[in-house]
Design a protein around this ligand. Structure first.
Ligand SMILES: C[S@@+](CC[C@H](N)C(=O)[O-])C[C@H]1O[C@@H](n2cnc3c(N)ncnc32)[C@H](O)[C@@H]1O
Length: 205
């Protein structure tokens, strides 16, 4: 992905999903399965009778994985073509896929979800919007609920990139732990061939 004006970002994602659907481009983040850091963390987790929200759900693999754990899942993306692709890929899905902007979430989602899954979405927004995006995600976690965040890590002393993406500094990860959310674990995971990733888990009392 190359540098571009902030206002073009939703349009950029839409073009990328359209091109991929037409067989004319790749989605660098598409894995065809749940993110391995999410899958490993969720081992043994059961969601029957509980609600989950998947942020920036892209092609749908994380949402389907969470639904497979038994959660009632709402999944959203700013790109209508991403939502269409997820629905096409999983025609019999129980996931409620929809188009929404992280920075203008429905009021009904406030503190409404027992599990919130954020994978690589905040870093796909311009750095000036991170604070609002982080607060919006944190605000969807219900009392007693859990938030898992997976994000590319940016060293605190590293120059802010032109982006996209705009990887998250430690202070930004810590910012999820405000307004009643407390950090449960924050790991930096390093694996060969991939940039370092944060996997951070927060809980609301
Ligand atoms: C790098 S992709 C990651 C997709 C998915 N989470 C995954 O890991 O496969 C970032 C996603 O965030 C979506 N996105 C970007 N800005 C958004 C916003 N303001 N609200 C909701 N989704 C957004 C993009 O359309 C894209 O699907």
């Amino acid at each position: 992905m190359s540098p571009m004006p902030d206002a073009d970002l939703p349009a950029m994602f839409e073009r990328m999903y359209d091109a991929a659907a037409a067989g004319d481009g790749a989605l660098p983040w598409h894995r065809g399965e749940a993110h391995p850091l999410l899958a490993a963390w969720a081992e043994g987790l059961r969601g029957a009778g509980r609600r989950a929200l998947v942020v920036g759900s892209g092609t749908g693999d994380d949402a389907e994985f969470v639904a497979g754990l038994g959660f009632d899942v709402v999944a959203f993306d700013v790109s209508p073509s991403a939502v269409a692709m997820a629905r096409r890929r999983f025609p019999g899905s129980t996931v409620d896929y929809g188009v929404a902007d992280l920075l203008a979430l429905p009021a009904a989602w406030s503190r409404a979800f027992d599990l919130v899954v954020e994978v690589l979405t905040v870093q796909s927004t311009p750095i000036a919007l991170h604070e609002a995006a982080i607060a919006a995600i944190a605000g969807t976690v219900a009392p007693g609920g859990t938030l898992i965040v997976i994000a590319t890590a940016r060293a605190d002393d590293a120059q802010v990139p032109d982006g996209p993406p705009w990887p998250l500094a430690r202070a930004e990860i810590d910012a999820f732990g405000t307004a009643g959310l407390a950090a449960d674990q924050v790991d930096v995971v390093r694996s060969s061939g991939a940039p370092p990733r944060y996997r951070a888990v927060f809980r609301r009392a």
